[in-house]
Design a protein around this ligand. Structure first.
Ligand code: LIP
Length: 274
Protein backbone atom coordinates (compact mmCIF):
# COMPACT_ATOMS: atom_id res chain seq x y z
CA UNK A 1 0.00 0.00 0.00
CA UNK A 2 1.30 3.47 -0.95
CA UNK A 3 1.58 5.86 1.97
CA UNK A 4 1.14 9.61 1.63
CA UNK A 5 3.94 10.56 4.03
CA UNK A 6 3.68 14.27 3.14
CA UNK A 7 0.06 14.22 4.29
CA UNK A 8 0.87 12.21 7.42
CA UNK A 9 3.62 14.68 8.33
CA UNK A 10 1.63 17.87 7.71
CA UNK A 11 -1.46 16.56 9.51
CA UNK A 12 0.39 15.31 12.58
CA UNK A 13 2.54 18.43 12.81
CA UNK A 14 -0.68 20.48 13.05
CA UNK A 15 -2.09 18.11 15.67
CA UNK A 16 1.16 18.30 17.66
CA UNK A 17 1.03 22.10 17.71
CA UNK A 18 -2.61 22.02 18.88
CA UNK A 19 -1.73 19.51 21.61
CA UNK A 20 1.13 21.77 22.64
CA UNK A 21 -1.38 24.47 23.61
CA UNK A 22 -2.74 22.20 26.36
CA UNK A 23 0.76 21.77 27.81
CA UNK A 24 1.57 25.49 27.52
CA UNK A 25 -1.62 26.38 29.42
CA UNK A 26 -0.94 23.93 32.25
CA UNK A 27 2.85 24.05 32.79
CA UNK A 28 2.71 26.36 35.83
CA UNK A 29 -0.61 25.05 37.21
CA UNK A 30 -1.05 22.60 40.04
CA UNK A 31 -1.37 19.08 38.58
CA UNK A 32 -2.65 15.77 39.85
CA UNK A 33 0.43 13.58 40.06
CA UNK A 34 0.41 9.78 40.21
CA UNK A 35 3.38 7.42 40.30
CA UNK A 36 4.12 4.59 37.85
CA UNK A 37 7.16 2.27 37.96
CA UNK A 38 8.86 4.01 40.92
CA UNK A 39 8.26 6.71 43.52
CA UNK A 40 9.78 9.29 41.11
CA UNK A 41 8.25 8.05 37.83
CA UNK A 42 5.28 10.39 37.42
CA UNK A 43 2.21 10.80 35.25
CA UNK A 44 -0.21 13.74 35.39
CA UNK A 45 -3.72 14.16 34.06
CA UNK A 46 -2.18 16.43 31.39
CA UNK A 47 0.05 13.60 30.04
CA UNK A 48 -3.08 11.45 29.69
CA UNK A 49 -5.19 14.24 28.19
CA UNK A 50 -2.52 15.18 25.62
CA UNK A 51 -1.96 11.57 24.56
CA UNK A 52 -5.71 11.01 24.10
CA UNK A 53 -6.03 14.25 22.15
CA UNK A 54 -3.21 13.25 19.77
CA UNK A 55 -4.40 9.65 19.26
CA UNK A 56 -8.05 10.62 18.75
CA UNK A 57 -7.15 13.34 16.25
CA UNK A 58 -4.74 11.16 14.24
CA UNK A 59 -7.35 8.36 14.22
CA UNK A 60 -9.99 10.72 12.84
CA UNK A 61 -7.70 11.38 9.83
CA UNK A 62 -6.06 7.95 9.49
CA UNK A 63 -8.35 5.31 11.03
CA UNK A 64 -6.06 2.38 10.09
CA UNK A 65 -2.97 3.73 11.82
CA UNK A 66 -1.68 2.11 15.02
CA UNK A 67 -0.29 3.71 18.17
CA UNK A 68 2.22 3.02 20.88
CA UNK A 69 1.71 5.71 23.49
CA UNK A 70 3.51 6.09 26.80
CA UNK A 71 0.35 6.56 28.84
CA UNK A 72 -1.88 4.09 26.99
CA UNK A 73 0.72 1.29 27.03
CA UNK A 74 -0.22 -0.67 30.13
CA UNK A 75 2.55 -0.45 32.72
CA UNK A 76 5.05 -3.28 32.30
CA UNK A 77 3.23 -4.83 29.31
CA UNK A 78 5.23 -5.69 26.21
CA UNK A 79 4.78 -3.71 22.98
CA UNK A 80 4.09 -5.35 19.63
CA UNK A 81 5.26 -3.41 16.59
CA UNK A 82 3.70 -4.42 13.24
CA UNK A 83 4.36 -3.28 9.66
CA UNK A 84 1.34 -0.94 9.84
CA UNK A 85 1.96 2.80 10.10
CA UNK A 86 2.55 3.19 13.84
CA UNK A 87 2.82 6.46 15.73
CA UNK A 88 5.05 6.14 18.80
CA UNK A 89 4.06 8.93 21.15
CA UNK A 90 5.37 10.49 24.33
CA UNK A 91 2.78 13.19 25.14
CA UNK A 92 5.11 14.88 27.63
CA UNK A 93 8.73 13.81 27.63
CA UNK A 94 10.20 15.30 30.75
CA UNK A 95 7.18 14.70 32.99
CA UNK A 96 9.27 15.40 36.11
CA UNK A 97 10.16 18.81 34.62
CA UNK A 98 6.48 19.42 33.81
CA UNK A 99 5.43 18.57 37.37
CA UNK A 100 7.93 21.14 38.69
CA UNK A 101 7.29 23.77 36.01
CA UNK A 102 10.85 23.48 34.60
CA UNK A 103 10.13 24.23 30.96
CA UNK A 104 12.36 21.60 29.32
CA UNK A 105 9.53 19.36 28.17
CA UNK A 106 8.33 18.22 24.78
CA UNK A 107 5.89 16.16 22.79
CA UNK A 108 7.82 13.42 21.00
CA UNK A 109 6.23 11.60 18.06
CA UNK A 110 7.82 9.13 15.64
CA UNK A 111 6.14 7.33 12.74
CA UNK A 112 7.30 3.86 11.74
CA UNK A 113 6.07 2.20 8.54
CA UNK A 114 7.18 -1.39 7.89
CA UNK A 115 9.16 -0.99 11.13
CA UNK A 116 11.28 1.79 9.56
CA UNK A 117 11.17 5.29 11.05
CA UNK A 118 9.88 7.79 8.49
CA UNK A 119 8.99 10.87 10.56
CA UNK A 120 10.21 12.43 13.80
CA UNK A 121 8.66 15.43 15.57
CA UNK A 122 9.89 16.88 18.87
CA UNK A 123 8.04 19.99 20.02
CA UNK A 124 8.57 22.07 23.14
CA UNK A 125 5.48 24.32 23.18
CA UNK A 126 6.66 26.38 26.17
CA UNK A 127 9.99 27.45 24.64
CA UNK A 128 8.66 27.19 21.05
CA UNK A 129 11.31 24.72 19.90
CA UNK A 130 10.31 22.49 17.00
CA UNK A 131 12.61 19.73 15.73
CA UNK A 132 11.53 17.66 12.73
CA UNK A 133 12.96 15.08 10.35
CA UNK A 134 11.74 12.97 7.46
CA UNK A 135 13.71 9.97 6.16
CA UNK A 136 16.20 11.16 3.54
CA UNK A 137 15.15 14.82 3.84
CA UNK A 138 17.34 16.19 6.62
CA UNK A 139 16.57 17.55 10.07
CA UNK A 140 15.20 20.98 10.99
CA UNK A 141 14.97 23.28 14.02
CA UNK A 142 12.13 25.80 13.72
CA UNK A 143 12.17 25.10 9.97
CA UNK A 144 15.93 25.76 9.51
CA UNK A 145 18.24 22.85 8.53
CA UNK A 146 20.45 21.59 11.37
CA UNK A 147 23.61 19.49 11.60
CA UNK A 148 25.51 17.76 14.39
CA UNK A 149 28.77 19.33 15.60
CA UNK A 150 31.06 16.64 14.17
CA UNK A 151 33.12 16.47 17.42
CA UNK A 152 35.21 13.31 17.53
CA UNK A 153 36.69 12.99 21.03
CA UNK A 154 35.32 13.03 24.56
CA UNK A 155 38.02 15.47 25.65
CA UNK A 156 36.48 18.16 23.40
CA UNK A 157 32.84 17.21 23.94
CA UNK A 158 29.89 18.64 25.85
CA UNK A 159 28.01 15.51 26.91
CA UNK A 160 24.51 14.84 28.19
CA UNK A 161 23.39 12.02 30.41
CA UNK A 162 20.39 11.56 32.68
CA UNK A 163 19.82 10.45 36.24
CA UNK A 164 16.55 8.74 35.27
CA UNK A 165 13.42 7.91 37.22
CA UNK A 166 14.37 4.46 38.52
CA UNK A 167 15.29 3.64 42.10
CA UNK A 168 16.88 0.32 41.08
CA UNK A 169 20.16 0.30 43.08
CA UNK A 170 22.13 -1.23 40.17
CA UNK A 171 20.84 1.43 37.75
CA UNK A 172 21.69 4.20 40.24
CA UNK A 173 25.17 2.78 40.79
CA UNK A 174 25.88 2.72 37.02
CA UNK A 175 24.64 6.32 36.61
CA UNK A 176 26.91 7.50 39.44
CA UNK A 177 29.88 5.57 37.98
CA UNK A 178 29.33 7.18 34.59
CA UNK A 179 29.22 10.67 36.07
CA UNK A 180 32.49 9.91 37.88
CA UNK A 181 34.15 8.56 34.73
CA UNK A 182 33.03 11.21 32.24
CA UNK A 183 33.01 14.39 34.30
CA UNK A 184 36.83 14.64 34.47
CA UNK A 185 37.24 13.68 30.79
CA UNK A 186 34.74 15.88 28.93
CA UNK A 187 34.43 19.64 28.47
CA UNK A 188 31.23 19.44 30.49
CA UNK A 189 28.16 17.39 31.42
CA UNK A 190 24.49 18.41 31.08
CA UNK A 191 21.17 16.87 32.05
CA UNK A 192 18.02 18.43 30.64
CA UNK A 193 15.54 15.81 31.95
CA UNK A 194 14.15 14.61 28.61
CA UNK A 195 15.63 11.94 26.37
CA UNK A 196 13.97 13.44 23.30
CA UNK A 197 15.35 16.93 23.99
CA UNK A 198 18.82 15.52 24.63
CA UNK A 199 18.70 13.83 21.23
CA UNK A 200 17.35 17.00 19.62
CA UNK A 201 20.25 18.92 21.16
CA UNK A 202 22.73 16.46 19.63
CA UNK A 203 21.05 17.02 16.24
CA UNK A 204 21.31 20.78 16.76
CA UNK A 205 25.06 20.56 17.43
CA UNK A 206 24.74 21.98 20.97
CA UNK A 207 25.44 18.66 22.68
CA UNK A 208 28.07 16.31 21.20
CA UNK A 209 27.02 13.04 22.74
CA UNK A 210 24.19 11.63 24.89
CA UNK A 211 23.44 8.20 26.28
CA UNK A 212 20.83 6.74 28.58
CA UNK A 213 19.93 3.23 29.73
CA UNK A 214 16.47 2.68 31.20
CA UNK A 215 14.14 4.60 28.89
CA UNK A 216 11.49 3.55 26.35
CA UNK A 217 10.68 3.50 22.64
CA UNK A 218 8.49 6.63 22.97
CA UNK A 219 11.44 8.57 24.45
CA UNK A 220 13.70 7.72 21.48
CA UNK A 221 11.63 7.13 18.29
CA UNK A 222 11.58 10.74 17.09
CA UNK A 223 15.07 11.59 18.36
CA UNK A 224 16.61 8.65 16.51
CA UNK A 225 15.60 9.88 13.05
CA UNK A 226 16.25 13.53 13.91
CA UNK A 227 19.85 12.78 15.00
CA UNK A 228 20.55 10.56 11.98
CA UNK A 229 19.05 13.07 9.54
CA UNK A 230 21.25 15.75 11.12
CA UNK A 231 24.31 13.62 10.26
CA UNK A 232 24.74 12.04 13.68
CA UNK A 233 25.14 8.47 14.82
CA UNK A 234 22.66 6.46 16.92
CA UNK A 235 23.81 3.15 18.38
CA UNK A 236 23.25 0.91 21.36
CA UNK A 237 25.47 1.97 24.30
CA UNK A 238 27.29 -1.39 23.96
CA UNK A 239 28.31 -0.47 20.40
CA UNK A 240 25.74 -2.78 18.73
CA UNK A 241 23.18 -1.40 16.25
CA UNK A 242 20.45 0.74 17.81
CA UNK A 243 17.35 -1.20 18.87
CA UNK A 244 14.29 0.96 19.53
CA UNK A 245 12.80 -1.61 21.91
CA UNK A 246 15.95 -2.09 24.01
CA UNK A 247 15.34 0.77 26.47
CA UNK A 248 18.75 2.33 25.79
CA UNK A 249 20.50 4.63 23.37
CA UNK A 250 23.79 6.35 22.65
CA UNK A 251 23.92 9.10 20.06
CA UNK A 252 26.78 11.32 19.04
CA UNK A 253 28.07 13.88 16.58
CA UNK A 254 30.39 11.35 14.89
CA UNK A 255 31.03 7.61 14.74
CA UNK A 256 34.41 8.14 16.43
CA UNK A 257 32.82 9.86 19.43
CA UNK A 258 30.01 7.27 19.59
CA UNK A 259 32.53 4.44 19.67
CA UNK A 260 34.74 6.16 22.24
CA UNK A 261 31.73 6.78 24.50
CA UNK A 262 30.53 3.21 24.08
CA UNK A 263 33.96 1.88 25.09
CA UNK A 264 34.10 4.25 28.10
CA UNK A 265 30.70 4.08 29.78
CA UNK A 266 29.61 1.40 32.26
CA UNK A 267 26.71 -0.60 30.89
CA UNK A 268 23.27 -1.28 32.37
CA UNK A 269 20.66 -3.52 30.74
CA UNK A 270 17.09 -2.38 31.42
CA UNK A 271 14.02 -4.47 30.62
CA UNK A 272 12.98 -4.38 26.96
CA UNK A 273 9.78 -2.82 25.65
CA UNK A 274 8.92 -5.90 23.54
C1 LIP B 1 11.88 10.59 30.86
C2 LIP B 1 13.06 10.52 29.92
C3 LIP B 1 14.34 10.90 30.64
C4 LIP B 1 14.57 9.94 31.75
C5 LIP B 1 13.40 9.96 32.70
C6 LIP B 1 12.11 9.65 32.00
P1 LIP B 1 9.20 10.72 30.68
O1 LIP B 1 10.69 10.26 30.18
O2 LIP B 1 12.90 11.34 28.85
O3 LIP B 1 15.42 10.87 29.74
O4 LIP B 1 15.77 10.25 32.40
O5 LIP B 1 13.61 9.02 33.69
O6 LIP B 1 12.11 8.33 31.52
O7 LIP B 1 8.83 9.73 31.73
O8 LIP B 1 9.30 12.09 31.20
O9 LIP B 1 8.37 10.59 29.46
Amino acid sequence: MAHNLDKYFETVLKITKEAGKIIRQRIWDVKTVQTKSSAIDFVTEVDQQVEKFIIDDITSHFPDHKFIGEESSAEGHKITLTDDPTWIIDPIDGTMNFVHGYPNICISIGLLVNKVTEIGIIYNPVLEQLFTARKGQGAFYNDKPIHVSGKKVISEALLAMEFGSSRDPEKMRVVQENVKILYPLAHGMRSVGSAALNMANVALGGIDGYFEMGIHAWDMAAGDIIVREAGGVVIDPTGSPFDLMSGKVLCAASLELAQQLSATVKQYTPSRDN
